[in-house]
Ligand binder design. Structure first.
Ligand SMILES: C[S@@+](CC[C@H](N)C(=O)[O-])C[C@H]1O[C@@H](n2cnc3c(N)ncnc32)[C@H](O)[C@@H]1O
Length: 209
């Protein structure tokens, strides 16, 4: 079973690499990293989000906590990282993996992350936006969790990937930047910037109007 999983993983990496190499986005790969680090570039991505020491950030849809160590480093010991997920087995595993401050694990609801009101400086949403139902209502409500000057950064697989890459990712696990922009505008946000830095995902940052 494990050997089969490794084999499938290796095949997926080779296929993704072929897809990336056949696109103009090859220059956005991190050739010093391996596996997910190569295309996700977590250190560069978190650095690009301009998080300050002591800030309170949330990883919305934290999953297994891939981004938590990078966010922990960014906020430092005086900050807070809220790790939110809706699946209890995931939050239990997160609590086990990150038992100490500054990580606070939250079992959120599907329509409410249960973050503390008016207190989060940055809410990072990686590969999770497309999982959320009724996004306009969800993100409209989420504004009440942001501290003054707070931002929401959305990182999604780009549904408009061209060429070979488009074959490797199911459409329902991706979004278009245009759709995210329209939904966030409807939820009462203005776009701050798009960070053109990842090979297969877009990174877009919003703040409340
Ligand atoms: C594809 S995983 C991404 C995990 C992580 N962000 C990463 O990039 O490795 C999506 C995660 O979002 C969670 N999720 C789905 N709907 C959610 C919601 N409404 N609020 C918070 N988390 C949600 C799922 O349980 C899952 O762990």
């Amino acid at each position: 079973m494990t050997r089969r999983r490794y084999l499938l993983g290796a095949i997926a990496i080779v296929l993704i690499a072929i897809g990336v190499f056949s696109s103009e986005n090859v220059t956005r790969l991190d050739f010093t990293a391996w596996g997910r680090g190569m295309w996700q570039r977590p250190t560069d991505l978190v650095a690009a989000l301009d998080i300050e020491r002591g800030q309170r950030v949330a990883d919305l849809g934290a999953g297994k906590g891939y981004f938590i160590p990078y966010l922990q480093d960014a906020v430092g010991p005086g900050g807070v990282v809220f790790a939110v997920d809706v699946e209890a087995d995931k939050t239990a595993a997160l609590e086990e993996r990150f038992p100490d401050a500054p990580v606070q694990v939250i079992l959120g609801g599907y329509d409410d992350p249960k973050l503390p009101d008016r207190s989060v400086d940055l809410i990072l949403v990686v590969n999770t936006y497309h999982h959320i139902d009724d996004r306009t209502a969800y993100f409209a409500k989420l504004k009440s969790d942001l501290a003054p000057g707070g931002r929401v950064a959305i990182v999604e697989l780009d549904r408009e990937l061209s060429g070979l890459l488009a074959l490797f990712f199911p459409e329902d696990h991706a979004s278009t930047l245009g759709n995210v922009r329209a939904e966030m505008r409807a939820a009462g946000y203005r776009e701050l910037e798009v960070k053109e830095m990842l090979p297969i995902q877009f990174v877009v940052v919003f703040a409340p109007e």
